[in-house]
Each structure stands twice: as structure tokens, then as C-alpha cells.
Design a protein around this ligand. Structure first.
Ligand SMILES: *Cc1c(COP(=O)(O)O)cnc(C)c1O
Length: 394
């Protein structure tokens, strides 16, 4: 479906007639064993390891193949690999390419569990991690060592929402060390708002748990890779035993069809809420990539096609324990919970020390209490009223 607009592309995607058996949607094929009628058929399946050939449940069924094809098409990759969670996608993508004693560069505002994996698992392989300022740009080359194997990006960064200068980063890395594998956590963009592979990133990783599934009722990870990386990624992830259950994969594939429409509404609602927050006297700064106050806003405007419902804001002052609870525990619509990307609004709060514990580079932060919100599909006025009452409680 080349040249169609995203809404149209995503109506058609994931519906290859090979996998739909004349329905609108792909079949849900639950299978471990695949039955071969002839020795030749078994030989073919064993040798021919590309997606789309039934071999054994762990390598995927018709349901997986439909979604894998959709994700590769969506992000412009040579193929994709599925995992039981976004975290598994990140760790397996890294493990598929790193060797003992090598070095990895990781953006300093990477999702906290990504950092924990580097600090607690990669260290067991004597792999050293260097965290860098997400706004470092082409100066990334100063941090590249002879044994640097992977650069791991995430844009916007988790919680503090810094947007990378992606073309500057990638070009600088390619010029200095073309063998380095560049990966990005593309969960925020949902494969729609940013197309990292078009910027020559090798692997785009997502938690499909978030916007792709979109209803807070399933866990799934996906990594889309270019030609250079897909076979290594597929084989290594298989050897590491990675698989996803077909029912969840089916839901993710279904989620794709409404993804651009949902994102547009999340965008509209979140911009309204962010603009309102920006006017509040209690608010120091709003970290919403679409607002000029957000770090890397100029790169966001240049490289992204839109935004979603996830952003953060910081208060001018630090809330006391009682104020913090009064603010966050009594909201009617913003529920306190991890994750995001569903239809519902969510909120998490952080004091300075909470955030600093997730930042392992020279990161400056003032005292004000920090909140990250996911603006859902409720009416934005109801959400604003909810926050207004929270401010009145403090
Ligand atoms: C949630 C999240 C993940 C992890 O995804 P799970 O499916 O929850 O394992 C990875 N990266 C980012 C940016 C996330 O927000």
C-alpha cells in the first residue's frame, strides 16, 4: 500500500489474504506442533526460516505472520520479531548483537527497566554501559570506543520527554563507526509518528502493550529490523526462546486499524490539557514535545508527524507527602498506574530524588514535584476539571 496515507494504510495492514481465510481479519491459529505431510515439507520448513513458513509454534503461526508483516510494512523494515513484552523486545534485541566485553551507549532518559537491564544483566557479560545526554547530538562520537557495539536511543525519553536530534546522531555514528548497530525504543511514536528506519536506524523496538494494543489488556513487544539486522535478530531471539501468544498478537493486529484515529484524539486532548497546565501558576514547566518549552521541540517538529497523550509537567515547588497524596489519590479520571497507551487517563508522580535515581548522567533538575500523565480519550474538559480540583486540594 505504497503512497497511501496512514489512516488508509492501517486499515489495510495486517490483512494479507494468505492469513485471513476470507474473513476481514487474520485467523487466530493456536499451535505448538505443525504437522508435515511429507519429509520434503518438513525439510523445507526447517531450512527456510523466514516468517510465513509454518515450522513450530515458537516460530509463529498465521496470526503472528500477519502482524509481523504489518509491523515491517508500518515501519519500513525487512521484517519484525515478536516478544512477550516490550521489555523482552529491548533486552533480546540488545542480547542478539552484544558480545562479552563490548560496550553499549544508552540514552540517559531511557525507560528505567532498560537501564536496569544494562546495570544488572549486561554487567554479568562484562559489557560496560555509558549513558549519554539525550540532547548530545553529533557529540555522541566523543563517547564511541573501539569496542562500542550498540547505540540505544529512545525519543522522546521516558518521563522527561527529551527528543533526540535523530539525523545528527545517526549520521555522526555512521561516519565514525558504521559497524555500530543503532536501536531505538520507538514506543511513544507507536510506529506511526516517527519512522526511525527511514533515518537509517537499524532496529525500531516497541512495547505493543501501549498504543498498538491500545486497551490496557495485553502485553506484547515487537522489534522491526532492516535488512542488515533482521536475520541475526530473528535467529538470536529464537535461540533465546522468545515467543508471543496468538490471542494477544491478534488483539495487537486489530489495534493497528484504529491506531491513527486514536492517536489523533489523544493528541488533541493532550494538547488541550498541556496548554491549560502551562497557564497554571503552580506549574514550572510542561514537558510535552508539541510545546516549545519541551526539550528537543525543534527536532520533534522536524521529524515527527504528530504526538499522543503522554507528557509530563513539573510544579514550581516540592509537594509535602500529604500534598502529594492529596493531589494524586483523589483524581476521578487520572488513575495512578504504570504503563500508558490505553483509552484511559493515567498519572504517576515523582519527587526529585525519584527522578534522579533514574538518571546516570549529568542531569539538572530543580525541586518541584514532577508528574507524568497519559491523557486518554475522555472529554478533555472533564480531565481539566479533575486536575483543577487536584490543584485546589493542595
Ligand atoms: C512500557 C514501556 C516499555 C516496556 O514495555 P512492556 O510491554 O511493559 O514490557 C518499554 N519502553 C517504553 C518507552 C515503555 O514505555
Amino acid at each position: 500500500m505504497a503512497n497511501t496515507k496512514p489512516e488508509t494504510q492501517l486499515v489495510h495492514i495486517g490483512r494479507n489474504p494468505k492469513f485471513t481465510q476470507k474473513g476481514v481479519n487474520p485467523v487466530i491459529q493456536r499451535a505448538s506442533s505443525i504437522i508435515f505431510d511429507t519429509l520434503e515439507e518438513k525439510r523445507h520448513a526447517t531450512r527456510h526460516r523466514a516468517d510465513g513458513v509454518l515450522f513450530y509454534g515458537r516460530r509463529g503461526t498465521q496470526t503472528h505472520f500477519a502482524f509481523q508483516e504489518a509491523m515491517a510494512e508500518l515501519e519500513g523494515g525487512a521484517g519484525s520479531v515478536l516478544y512477550p513484552s516490550g521489555a523482552a523486545a529491548i533486552t533480546n534485541a540488545i542480547l542478539s548483537f552484544i558480545s562479552a566485553g563490548e560496550h553499549i551507549l544508552v540514552t540517559g532518559s531511557a525507560y528505567d527497566p532498560t537501564q536496569n537491564f544494562c546495570d544488572h544483566i549486561l554487567t554479568k557479560l562484562q559489557v560496560k554501559t555509558t549513558y549519554f545526554d539525550p540532547l548530545i547530538g553529533e557529540k555522541i562520537t566523543d563517547l564511541i570506543q573501539a569496542n562500542t557495539r550498540i547505540v540505544f536511543l529512545e525519543s522522546p525519553g521516558s518521563i522527561t520527554m527529551e527528543v533526540h536530534d535523530l539525523p545528527a546522531l545517526v549520521q555522526a555514528i555512521r561516519n565514525k563507526a558504521p559497524e555500530i548497530i543503532i536501536m531505538i525504543d520507538n514506543t511513544w511514536a507507536a510506529g506511526v509518528l516517527l519512522k526511525p528506519l527511514l533515518f537509517d536506524v537499524d532496529i525500531s523496538i516497541q512495547s505493543a502493550t501501549k498504543y498498538i494494543n491500545g486497551h490496557s489488556d495485553g502485553m506484547l513487544g515487537v522489534a522491526v529490523a532492516n535488512k542488515r539486522c533482521i536475520e541475526t535478530l530473528r535467529e538470536n531471539s529464537y535461540l533465546l526462546g522468545q515467543t508471543a501468544d496468538p490471542d494477544t498478537v491478534y488483539m495487537a493486529n486489530r489495534g493497528l486499524h484504529t491506531l491513527p484515529t486514536r492517536l489523533k484524539q489523544h493528541q488533541e486532548n493532550s494538547i488541550q490539557v498541556a496548554n491549560w497546565l502551562q497557564e497554571r501558576p503552580e506549574v514550572e514547566q510542561v514537558f510535552h514535545p508539541a510545546l516549545p518549552t519541551s526539550p528537543g521541540h525543534e527536532f520533534f517538529i522536524r521529524d515527527f508527524s504528530g504526538c499522543n497523550g503522554l507528557f509530563s509537567f513539573q510544579l514550581k515547588s516540592r509537594l509535602s507527602t500529604e500534598q502529594f497524596a492529596a493531589f494524586i489519590e483523589n483524581l476521578a479520571h487520572f488513575k495512578m498506574g504504570y504503563s500508558w497507551g490505553g483509552f484511559e487517563s493515567l498519572i504517576l508522580g515523582y519527587q526529585k530524588e525519584d527522578l534522579l535515581s533514574m538518571r546516570q548522567y549529568d542531569f539538572q533538575l530543580n525541586e518541584g514535584t514532577f508528574f507524568r500523565v497519559h491523557v486518554g480519550l475522555e472529554h478533555p474538559q472533564d480531565l481539566i476539571d479533575d486536575l483543577q480540583l487536584a490543584f485546589e486540594r493542595i
